[in-house]
Write a protein that binds this ligand. Sequence first.
Ligand code: SF4
Ligand code: SF4
Length: 190
Amino acid sequence: MIGSGIVKGMAQTAKNFAGTYIAPRKYLVTVEYPEERLPAKENARNFPFLVFDGDDPEAGLRCVACRICEKECPPQCIYIEKDKEKKPDYVGKMQFQPSVFDIDISVCMSCQICVEVCPFDAIRMDTEFELSNPDRFGGLLLDKRRLAKSNEYCAEIHPEETEQTEARRAEDVRKAVAKKQARQQAASSD
Ligand code: SF4
Ligand code: SF4
């Protein structure tokens, strides 16, 4: 029948319209941004940040300035300078740290390669997206102070990934302690 498609379409529209009042969770698929926000998905990603452990964003930085991410970043938007001397990290272990760690997020293409190549779980992708800024240098060139975010924050936005990372790190620590104890036992029995 001519016009039946239009009638069906109108009926569907009316059903959806009424449904937004009767069962909003099922029918309302949009939110009133910016008043309302949907939580970011676990695998959402925008720009990288540096993870720190403990309370001190400076001493707790996991980054050891190995510069692998800097070399692998396709658009070369990471710039790192290594400290001249090692410093104690948050557990007192002597580590090199970056004296300078900048990411130009106006160039970053959110590829996540820096995260994948980092052997120290020191860099992760953020989900924050409201970063527009008219000041290119002050606003979009992020230094290590602005890049540093706690491991707790990381766990909030990437819970599964952080759980796996923490389990792996705990296992690495366990192996290192066992190895050290074995070495000490061998030395004392000589
Ligand atoms: S973020 Fe990771 S890969 Fe990049 S310099 Fe630091 S430790 Fe090395
Ligand atoms: S996400 Fe990609 S482009 Fe951005 S800093 Fe990391 S490696 Fe570079």
